[in-house]
Design a protein around this ligand. Structure first.
Ligand code: URA
Length: 434
């Protein structure tokens, strides 16, 4: 088999066979197929697409390029959640303890943040001493004992995706549905969960800019997951503005705790109830959405979801007392209000740019190896649809220095656009694909 022939076949609109796809992924992972040929193939896939069979074959070939996790030592239904990436997305910190408190097992591999998006692993490290690189034995023991463990991705999981995603990132080939589907689902399938729920972001701060594109991706992801024998649901949600109010690391942990305490409601809680009810129903722990939502609300009301977060942190050697006393979490030296220079109704907040403000403050990574400051970030006081007066605060900047805070306030003001007329907020949940 020659890679040049396979590139030409896809370029001309042909379908690659299972053997051809396995040959490509094996060769690329081992290094016998060079980056320039793989880039050409990715571009051909971007323009020509792939059918369901090809996408499934690509997903499975990538999944088998490295280790796969065998979760069979864990008793009960194992669930995993994935978000296609957003700003202010602390959903896992809320959802995972909620569903674990309802009896679903969460054995989750999470990533670190890069660029404008944050990562669950970084956020969890806001708890002093929290270990993300726990041994496989501790991981399994914790899930069996307390129902939940969240660890950093092991180096050998899906090496094909690590190489391929880095290549796509620099060759303009990220926004291809079959390539995104295979990238996400190969990692999720390799992680071994029975139930997978996906939060597909849609809007200016997401890969998928329109609801139609997001729905196409959601359908692709759920189809491949089902063909691979897993239970999968996808929820399409708005990412035209940051999720919730906090953007950063420790500051997002505090917001997550406030939702688990029942103090913060709104879109963040709604998202966790929606994703959570997909998990409970797919796991067979609720007959329908109404029963699932009741169970999920109950674990917030009786404090058991918050307690589950405590157990998660304690089980991974972190300072769990901070769950009940958030003053123990990192706190920025400087707080500055970003005052609005305009009056009106908030029409739009550029989510990606708000993520970059947090990065400018030191809360996000410029490169994979950058150190981050867990204490900095932004807390938005105004969201789309809110009325703002001149001189009112748009958000509080949490910074390491006065100078950084002033620069960030200026950048945050630029993220907002206003309308003189009332603005109707678009629906937050745009669809569910089951
Ligand atoms: N997230 C991934 O993991 N892969 C993609 O291709 C896009 C988003």
């Amino acid at each position: 088999m020659q890679m040049t022939d396979l590139i030409a076949k896809k370029r001309d609109g042909g379908a690659l066979s299972t053997e051809e796809i396995e040959f490509i992924i094996r060769g690329y992972t081992e290094g016998s197929i060079p980056d320039y040929q793989m880039s050409a193939l990715c571009m051909a896939i971007l323009f020509r697409g792939m059918d369901d069979r090809e996408t499934l074959d690509l997903t499975l070939a990538m999944m088998h390029s490295g280790e796969t996790l065998d979760l069979s030592p864990i008793r009960g239904v194992k669930a995993d959640k994935h978000s296609t990436g957003g700003v202010g997305d602390k959903t896992s910190l809320i959802l995972c303890p909620m569903v674990a408190a309802c009896g679903v097992k969460i054995a989750k591999m999470s990533g670190r943040g890069l660029g404008h998006t944050g990562g669950t692993i970084d956020k969890l490290e806001s708890f002093k001493g929290f270990v993300t690189g726990i041994s496989e034995q501790t991981f399994f023991d914790n899930v069996n004992r307390i129902g939940i463990a969240i660890a950093g991705q092991t180096a050998d999981l899906d090496p094909a995706d690590k190489k391929l995603y880095a290549l796509r990132d620099v060759t303009g080939t990220v926004p291809s549905i079959p390539l995104i589907v295979s990238s996400i689902m190969s990692k999720k399938l390799a992680s071994g969960a029975d139930v997978i729920v996906l939060d597909v972001k849609c809007g200016s701060g997401a890969f998928m800019k329109t609801p139609e594109q997001a729905e196409e991706l959601a359908r692709g992801l759920t189809r491949v997951g089902r063909l691979a024998g897993r239970k999968v649901a996808a929820v399409i949600t708005d990412m035209d503005e940051p999720l919730g109010n906090a953007v950063g690391n420790a500051i997002e942990v505090k917001e997550a705790i406030s939702v688990l305490r029942g103090e913060t409601k709104g879109e963040l809680l709604e998202l966790c109830l929606t994703l959570g009810s997909c998990i409970l129903t797919e796991a067979g722990l609720a007959a329908g959405d109404a029963e699932a939502r009741e169970k999920l609300q109950a674990v917030i009301d009786d404090g058991s979801a918050l307690r589950k977060l405590y157990e998660l942190v304690e089980g991974q050697f972190g300072e769990a007392a901070a769950v009940y006393d958030t003053s123990l979490l990192p706190d920025a030296k400087v707080k500055l209000e970003a005052l609005s220079e305009e009056a009106g109704f908030v029409a739009h907040i550029q989510a990606e740019q708000v993520g970059l403000v947090s990065m400018h403050l030191g809360g996000g990574r410029v490169t994979k190896d950058s150190e981050i400051d867990l204490s900095v970030g932004v807390f938005l006081h105004k969201k789309v649809g809110d009325r703002v007066e001149r001189g009112e605060s748009l958000g509080t900047i949490h910074a390491a220095s006065e100078e950084k805070a002033r620069e960030a306030a200026q950048l945050l003001r630029r993220c907002y656009s206003f309308s003189p007329d009332p603005v109707e907020k678009p629906p937050f949940i745009k669809g569910i694909v089951r």
